[in-house]
Design a binder for this molecule. Structure first.
Ligand SMILES: [Zn+2]
Length: 448
């Protein structure tokens, strides 16, 4: 065959191939959309550096962005958000255009918000943190995001990089504080005086709104509370005699508490889950931050291999070396006991940002209220006290936040009581009163 004919033949073959591609009705369109965009992206990345390929890269990013819009239930949505975010982030690196940065942040936020368990979530969250830190100067939120990556993926590349960034930011903050010293401290004090909040170390200016941190709490006290029933869906939490599950007790009490708050206090109550669904831990605090809640209360039921163990204990977030608290935190976090040490590192960095004093006060109010008010006719109520531990679900909350372990599901007498509607009502009432007492205390402090 002469060369010219061969090329005509080849061209015809290619045309046929193109025409013979399965019709959109037959193939999985979302999959095809994703694979095509990915292939084009990989080819382009190999052949041209980002600055020269800007126009083409933007078009490919748009194709990735279209996927979750057109096929919101596709199993490629997380990957599509990841690639769209990554492309825009790379474009921002070379152009410094805020348009690219904003789109990177939007896509990465959607990735980690909607698909926290995705294989892309670790890198995605690290990239989000980096974009927030370097692009927006939003160091506060960047640190929270780095902390989550470091805690969740301690041995991955992203976990390691996140630890490095946290370390670098810590050094920077320490230096800033030293340099600014007196006048800044005085300003900070004046600004936070009214709220009786602990003094927050000076941060770089955040462009993203961080209202709970920068603004004193509303003078009228509590406006909104996020109540977090532990576990849910495929995660039953601790399971006790007769198959009674922690997730069900936590949900029942949370709903009763929310109803009472709504009915009698005018405080808005938001549940992190209102039915038996699985919600990842970091989404729970993220919800509280997004809602700009004034308090975050996580409800759980304790468990022990010792069937006689019983009682109530309330936790706030802090480092501890107490072995029992470490074991409990490991169980509630769903990670191995040994990995808690990673959280320890992260927390030493973060504790300064927590409303620690307020969290401790809230813990005492709830604990005291449950211990004194729970009816004794169901059995004794042991006061195990207010304690600290590294609870993952509390990491990153921007408001006072506590975790209540309401009795032991592994204790036969307590498990039986917990299953009773009237006992759950009594628990919700006790927690309600604890919140009211906390509110009254907060109001007194503010009037002084
Ligand atoms: Zn639990």
């Amino acid at each position: 065959m002469p060369a010219r004919h061969f090329f005509i033949f080849l061209f015809a073959q290619l045309l046929c191939l193109a025409a013979a591609r399965p019709s959109p009705a037959v193939i999985l369109q979302d999959r095809q959309l994703y694979l095509d965009a990915k292939k084009d992206y990989e080819q382009l990345a190999k052949s041209k550096p980002a600055p020269q390929a800007r126009g083409q890269l933007e078009k490919i990013a748009e194709r990735f962005e279209r996927l979750p819009q057109e096929y919101p239930r596709s199993r490629y949505c997380d990957a599509a958000y990841y690639y769209a975010g990554k492309i825009h982030q790379d474009l921002y690196q070379s152009s410094k255009e805020t348009r690219s940065l904003d789109r990177a942040i939007r896509n990465l936020r959607l990735l980690v918000g909607k698909y926290p368990a995705s294989a892309y979530a670790g890198e995605g969250r690290y990239r989000l943190a980096l974009a927030l830190e370097t692009g927006k100067g939003a160091t506060q939120e960047a640190r929270q995001q780095y902390a989550i990556v470091a805690a969740k993926y301690p041995s991955s590349e992203w976990g390691r990089k996140s630890r490095e960034r946290l370390e670098a930011l810590r050094t920077e903050t320490a230096r800033d504080v030293k340099q600014e010293s007196r006048p800044v401290a005085a300003d900070t004090q004046r600004a936070t005086q009214a709220s009786a909040a602990p003094i927050v170390l000076k941060e770089k200016r955040d462009e993203t709104p961080q209202p709970r941190l920068n603004k004193p709490a509303a003078p009228v006290g509590l406006r909104k509370i996020v109540i977090d029933p532990g576990h849910g869906g495929r995660d039953p939490g601790a399971v006790g005699a007769g198959g009674i599950a922690e997730k069900d007790i936590a949900l029942a009490v949370a709903r009763k508490l929310a109803a009472r708050l709504k009915r009698e206090s005018g405080i808005e109550a938001v549940l992190t889950r209102s039915d038996d669904t699985f919600v990842p831990l970091e989404e729970r605090t993220a919800m509280a931050n997004k809602e700009e809640a004034d308090l975050f209360v996580s409800l759980h039921v304790n468990a022990s291999p010792n069937g006689d163990a019983g009682g109530v204990e309330t936790y706030y977030l802090d480092n501890t070396t107490d072995e029992a608290a470490l074991r409990l935190a490991a169980r509630e976090n769903g990670i191995a006991r040994e990995k808690i040490s990673d959280l320890q590192f992260i927390l030493s960095d973060m504790v300064q940002n927590l409303k620690l004093e307020d969290s401790i006060t809230l813990a005492h109010r709830l604990q005291g209220s449950v211990v004194t008010q729970m009816p004794r006719r169901y059995g004794e109520v042991r006061d195990l006290g207010v304690k600290k531990a590294q609870f993952y679900v509390l990491v990153g909350a921007r408001m006072p936040s506590v975790l209540v372990e309401m009795f032991f599901i592994t204790n036969k007498i307590e498990a039986r009581s917990l299953g009773l509607e009237e006992y759950q009502d009594a628990l919700a009432d006790a927690l309600f009163d604890g919140i009211k007492k906390y509110q009254e205390g907060a109001l007194v402090v503010k009037k002084l």
